[in-house]
Design a protein around this ligand. Sequence first.
Ligand SMILES: Nc1ncnc2c1ncn2[C@@H]1O[C@H](COP(=O)(O)OP(=O)(O)OP(=O)(O)O)[C@@H](O)[C@H]1O
Ligand SMILES: [Mg+2]
Length: 323
Amino acid sequence: MSAHPLVEIKGLKVYFPLAHGEVVRAVDGVDLRIHAGEAVGLVGESGSGKSTLARALLRLLPLTAGEVWFDGRPLHRLPEREMRPLRAQMQIVFQDPMASLNPRMRVGAILAEPLEVHRIARGRQAWEQAGRLLERVGLSREHLHRYPHEFSGGQRQRICIARAIATQPRLLVADEPTSALDLSIRAQIHRLLRELQEELNMAILFVTHDLHAVRQVCSRVEVMYLGKIVECAPVQRLFTEPAHPYTRTLLDAVLEPMPSQARRPRRLPTGDAPTATRVPTGCRFHTRCPIAQERCREEEPELREVGKGHRAACFYPLSGGTG
Ligand SMILES: Nc1ncnc2c1ncn2[C@@H]1O[C@H](COP(=O)(O)OP(=O)(O)OP(=O)(O)O)[C@@H](O)[C@H]1O
Ligand SMILES: [Mg+2]
């Protein structure tokens, strides 16, 4: 791992002012690093700010505050003209492949486009390269002449991935890339992402609700709650020794106990579910936390080390020491 990270986010805030004076604090002070070639998962409930963070990192959204560094360059203050060449190095794949493929373009033309835009190849050569990209993602050269509607959902997502890797990006952001796909197809796409990450030494920021998917694709996980990172850890460690009570409840929801076991999954208290317009004081999770103390209502915990490569923003972490 090189000393300076591929991506370094510092104190990032992305706020959306609403018409009636309220403000959505979608991303509310995030620090995050991604090293070259590293696959990082970003998990959290719906509305926690994952997509906003991912888009802000690619500068697809204006930043309210903070810094985003990519390969040592300050994206937060680059003019768009200087962003353009960098865009080839950072690509994104979205949840709905049909919505991100032009239905009137043949697959060959769809794949040739980024090659031409970024002046990597033109004409026949671009088409040739497009064929190789298709083969690389598990499709075939004959598919160059077909239209997006002629493919299944999984195949379409492969096309989107092929388009994203056309420019050999150093960072791929995948925002729920398999959430819309059948369960049986998901694992195949996850395997493909993992292979590409290794072969191309490409970093991945993999945004998902699906903790199992994270295990298939990533080596490290960041857990987000109401605009903040509340825990980050190597994947295995997060599963076996979660330190933040929020992570614990996320895990309990997916790691169903055996029917014979007495232990029942803990459910998150539903009552007073806060939103990004009404972020609780102190620890923002305290209103739903099963072990919250007085201190949690008053003070906001910072991320701190609870183990090797493992940090949690909790005064009373479940593993790795006490508050
Ligand atoms: N353009 C916008 N204007 C106002 N509020 C927004 C906008 N985009 C996102 N939000 C709000 O910001 C918060 C974070 O949204 P975001 O889409 O980043 O969450 P997410 O973690 O990606 O959720 P999901 O898992 O459902 O995709 C939510 O409260 C959302 O309603
Ligand atoms: Mg999202």
